[in-house]
Design a protein. Structure first.
Lengths: 119, 109
């Protein structure tokens, strides 16, 4: 099946630094990718929709200047957490849809997740 | 907001069928029911989806009531590796997936 890969799987950074997380679709081209965040013992919260070649669409309450999303190619989307603080520590997960699945079989494939710890 | 209601937790003995219910009473005619699961510290995994007919694949079966207001995911022979949080999601077309709180299934020996 289709595979989505994230890198890095774990990252620890100092407060005030920026961290970039990559999401790649390995065997299909994804015009749309989604970024989620998950705090311990909570569900996934959708942060933004990443569109290839255009600006990302952010969910209400998500700061677009803090969580920069770039979708420069059909197989790569990046999420940059700028000026990270301890409250940004979380599990970040991306997903992508294989358009070959057709309009109503939009199975989303998820990456393995990236655990960010901000000290 | 999630448009589904699931019990927060369930237990199941290994080898037995696990039946996970989901209520989606406000589902619209063109929305599909999707099931995903998330094993601890991993990304969610797709299980199955359906519109109105019952569906079966190598992982599970999905039973959707005739009025489509509820559904049940069936894992026919649960194993310890099926311990996970199971999410029932209603979704139109290729719209974004909005996760609710899910059901934490614990399979015990």
């Amino acid at each position: 099946g289709a595979v989505v890969s994230q890198h890095p799987s774990r990252v620890i950074c100092k407060s005030g630094t920026s961290v970039k997380i990559e999401c790649r679709s390995l065997d299909f081209q994804a015009t749309t990718m989604f970024w989620y965040r998950q705090f311990p013992k909570q569900s996934l919260m959708l942060m933004a929709t990443s569109n290839e070649g255009s600006k990302a669409t952010y969910e209400q309450g998500v700061e677009k200047d803090k969580f920069l999303i770039n979708h420069a190619s059909l197989t790569l989307s990046t999420l940059t957490v700028t000026s990270a603080h301890p409250e940004d520590s979380s599990f970040y997960i991306c997903s992508a849809r294989d358009p070959a699945g057709g309009p109503n079989t939009g199975e989303l494939f998820f990456g393995e997740g990236s655990r960010l710890t901000v000290l | 907001d999630a448009k589904t209601t699931q019990p927060p937790s369930m237990d199941c003995a290994e080898g037995r069928a696990a039946n996970l219910p989901c209520n989606h009473s406000t589902i619209s005619g063109n929305e599909y029911v999707y099931w995903y699961r998330q094993i601890h510290s991993q990304g969610p995994q797709y299980i199955i989806h359906g519109l109105k007919n019952n569906e079966t694949n190598e992982m599970a079966s999905l039973i959707i009531t005739e009025d489509r207001k509820s559904s049940t995911l069936i894992l026919p022979h649960a194993t310890l590796r099926d311990t996970a949080v199971y999410y029932c999601i209603v979704r139109w077309g290729t719209d974004k997936l909005i996760f609710g709180t899910g059901t934490r299934l614990q399979v015990f020996p």
